[in-house]
Design a protein around this ligand. Structure first.
Ligand SMILES: [Zn+2]
Length: 465
């Protein structure tokens, strides 16, 4: 009898406990899975997604990966070759064209940052004109929302080619977001939980570490990146789509009417056989065969040419650099300043020492325009310093300013600029001209003579330096 009573009591206690447990267990919503991505593509302008579309198509249709795209500008500069709208109105049109291009690829998750399309080759001009901090905050918020495994973006570096400052600025922001999105002290309001039912300031996101970063380059000579990352075929037939990968990528690019209406018109009248012929000719194909994804770095140990989706866990690659690089202040020296000086520090701070750097430094500018060579003199912050700057230029080029004797104030580093006038060459002359070398020599009372070189290619057209 006693035993029966005890058993009954135990059952009652268990039932009450179970019901209390059931009542107290409330579901906490998980992060929104609709926005989780495998590949996050971050590019500067509408149509720049085409740097990656043949691979992205393979990833979506044959590897069943989730892809999202972020454009850092709306592409409001440049020419509308289709209709009359310009500036902000054209930017509004280009947003729709970019969304249409992504829809054609099967990508629904598309966002825009607030960068302003900036016609310049200088990454620092773009970062300044965009509002570097605000755009980085927005991008890190999107990293934390989309939680990408792998990120594709533009190459951060200076090369002869389009060398668009907006492309480079996008690459810079993405590298920064890659390194900072996992840091809980960075833009912490994005990570804070809601404080009330109608929360409108705090985002309740999670920190996130993307695993790998790959670049696409707008350099003229893309061959220099051979072997810098995994290659993939653009002409291979997609098993799911039964078409070569270039085909859907081309159909997607044909949404950009304000950018190349004549090409779209011509392409849309071509037969499948004619398109096939065009894309198999290396001189007219829109993508090289095979194409290379330039490896930037990975969070887990991985080799540059490893497959994009291999080594997404394992041993942390680690990074020996902590950011700012120390140089003994007693040694005075001179470096190229501007974007070159910026990238020297940027690569060290973000563990990108193994990415390609043009050596010697190079740039392509429009024939007949002024060439500006920024110099940074690093010296003793306690004493003023006298230096002499000399420039050696090719025949027909003229040093306009920035050479001679200078007395630098007592400071850690001083920025100077040598300006050179370049000759105006005809199309025929440009074809015969090779790149030219500028030599800058600096010496002073506390700096041994040092020579800096810059290779310059004169071109019929180029973005302002
Ligand atoms: Zn672009």
């Amino acid at each position: 009898m006693k035993c029966y009573l005890m058993r009954t009591m135990l059952l009652v206690i268990l039932t009450i406990a179970r019901s209390l447990w059931a009542q107290s267990t409330q579901k906490v919503n998980p992060p929104d899975d609709r926005y989780k991505t495998d590949i996050l593509v971050v590019v500067a302008h509408p149509d720049d997604e085409a740097f990656f579309t043949p691979y992205v198509e393979r990833a979506i249709y044959d590897m069943h990966k989730r892809v999202a795209v972020i454009f850092s500008t709306h592409g409001g500069s440049g020419v509308n070759r289709f209709t009359r709208e310009r500036g902000p109105a054209m930017a509004n049109e280009r947003e729709i064209e970019a969304r249409e291009a992504c829809t054609r690829l099967g990508i629904k998750n598309v966002w825009f940052l607030d960068g302003k399309d900036t016609a310049s080759q200088n990454v620092l001009n773009s970062l300044s004109n965009w509002g570097h901090g605000a755009n980085l905050e927005k991008l890190i918020g999107l990293f934390r929302l989309t939680r990408p495994e792998v990120v594709f973006t533009h190459f951060p570096g200076v090369f002869i080619g389009e060398n668009h400052g907006d492309h480079q600025a996008t690459g810079v922001l993405v590298v920064e977001a890659f390194d900072l999105a996992a840091n809980p002290t960075v833009f912490s309001s994005q990570l804070a939980g809601d404080m009330n039912h109608y929360e409108s300031y705090l985002s309740n996101l999670q920190t996130w570490q993307a695993k790998k970063i790959y670049f696409g380059s707008d350099a003229n000579d893309n061959k220099q990146f051979d072997g810098s990352g995994p290659t993939y075929s653009v002409r291979e037939i997609s098993p799911a789509l039964k078409k070569p990968y270039w085909r859907l990528a081309l159909d997607s690019a044909m949404a950009h009417w304000t950018q190349f209406p004549d090409d779209i018109d011509r392409l849309s009248k071509m037969s499948d056989a004619e398109l096939e012929k065009m894309m198999s000719d290396p001189n007219s194909a829109w993508w090289s065969e095979p194409s290379t994804l330039i490896f930037g770095k990975s969070y887990y140990a991985s080799k540059p040419t490893d497959d994009v989706f291999s080594n997404l866990d394992g041993k942390v690659a680690g990074c020996p650099s902590s950011g700012v690089t120390e140089t003994p202040s007693s040694v005075s020296y001179v470096t190229l300043g501007g974007p070159w000086g910026f990238y020297d520090e940027f690569r060290k701070a973000h563990c990108l020492q193994s990415i390609r750097v043009a050596d010697p430094p190079e740039i392509g500018i429009k024939t007949g325009t002024a060439l500006s060579i920024p110099l940074t003199v690093h010296h003793d912050e306690k004493k003023p310093m006298e230096i002499m700057v000399k420039a050696e230029v090719p025949q027909g080029w003229k040093v306009h300013s920035g050479t001679g004797k200078f007395l630098l104030p007592a400071e850690d580093s001083t920025n100077l600029r040598v300006e050179i006038e370049t000759p105006t060459l005809s199309g025929a002359e440009l074809k015969k001209t090779t790149r030219q070398r500028i030599r800058i020599r600096v010496e002073g009372d506390r700096v041994a003579e040092q020579e800096l070189v810059l290779d310059v290619e004169l071109r019929s057209s180029a973005l302002p330096q």
